[in-house]
Design a protein around this ligand. Structure first.
Ligand SMILES: NC(=O)c1ccc[n+]([C@@H]2O[C@H](COP(=O)([O-])OP(=O)(O)OC[C@H]3O[C@@H](n4cnc5c(N)ncnc54)[C@H](OP(=O)(O)O)[C@@H]3O)[C@@H](O)[C@H]2O)c1
Length: 260
């Protein structure tokens, strides 16, 4: 380990603002405001344990989240036009078509919450296919015909990337979703998708909840993928703290980091 000399620096212990339970979540919604409807914005929401684990022993993030995370999670879903999720997460977490969080419909202006799955293969979990509404599928050349067989060509966003038939151009995908009126995008992961979104430089905001537990060896981090041995060759990128909320009982922290 090399030692670095840092200049003297003030530290602050922030004054507490109490955010009591609120069925309408007005204050939390204001804290997560990302501009008026129509503003293009990609927010990613992830949860991690104190030791960096991105999922629990059951391979699901549901086993490491908690009530504080749940409050923010609901507000973020209420504020989004579409949830963008990797097909791997949709399979692991058993995603179905999404409803607006009950009681927070007023935050979204009454529009339905869309679901968009990112996949190379075009293979979709059954759970998203047995509803009246259909998900959007973001995929490349190879995945498009497979996905079209399940959701219809009009719900396939075919955005081929330069690296082969199964490559997906994520910036082009965000453009295509915006053209369809989905400008406020909430990605719920997973780690592989987040790795490629970060590499593409399109993430405006990363929300990370840290829950007070250690899962131990095994699970990956909230970011996966990259070069040899999964390591990134890019230098660390800066993040600015937008806000930090603490659940005083548990110690769970709910942070909003601005990346762009
Ligand atoms: N801690 C958290 O907040 C959090 C959030 C979400 C998930 N998770 C956990 O993460 C685990 C899953 O990790 P994961 O990395 O496999 O999740 P993932 O990124 O959702 O899934 C990977 C799969 O999604 C598709 N995909 C992702 N990025 C893509 C891209 N750039 N282009 C094309 N397709 C892409 C591919 O699907 P195809 O195979 O169909 O080509 C790929 O195999 C689960 O245990 C889940 O519970 C944790």
């Amino acid at each position: 380990m090399t030692s670095t000399t840092h200049p003297p620096l003030d530290l602050v212990f922030p004054a507490a603002e109490h955010l009591p339970p609120d069925p309408g979540e007005a204050r939390l919604a204001a804290l997560y405001d990302a501009g008026p409807p129509g503003t293009r914005h990609l927010r990613v929401n992830m949860v991690a344990a104190v030791d960096g684990a991105a999922w629990g022993p059951d391979h699901r993030s549901g086993s490491i989240n908690d009530a504080a995370d749940w409050r923010a999670f609901r507000v973020l879903r209420a504020l989004a036009d579409v949830v963008l999720v990797g097909a791997g997460t949709a399979r692991a977490e058993g995603y179905t078509m999404l409803d607006r969080p009950r009681g927070l419909e007023h935050l979204s202006g009454g529009s339905p919450l869309e679901l968009a799955l990112v996949t190379r293969s075009g293979r979709l979990p059954e759970g998203v296919l047995d509803a009246d509404r259909r998900p959007w599928v973001v995929t490349g050349r190879a995945g498009a015909p497979v996905a079209a067989g399940a959701v219809g060509a009009d719900h396939v966003v075919e955005v081929p990337g330069p690296d082969g038939d199964d490559d997906v151009d994520l910036p082009a995908a965000l453009d295509a979703l915006a053209e369809r009126g989905m400008t406020r995008v909430l990605s719920e992961g997973g780690p592989t998708l987040l790795g490629t979104l970060l590499a593409a430089g399109v993430v405006d905001e990363l929300c990370v909840t840290t829950t007070p537990q250690l899962v131990g060896p095994g699970p990956g981090r909230i970011v996966a993928g990259g070069g040899p041995q999964g390591a990134s060759s890019a230098p660390p990128a800066p993040a600015r703290l937008g806000h930090l909320i603490v659940a005083p009982g548990s110690g769970t922290t709910v942070a909003r980091w601005e990346l762009r």
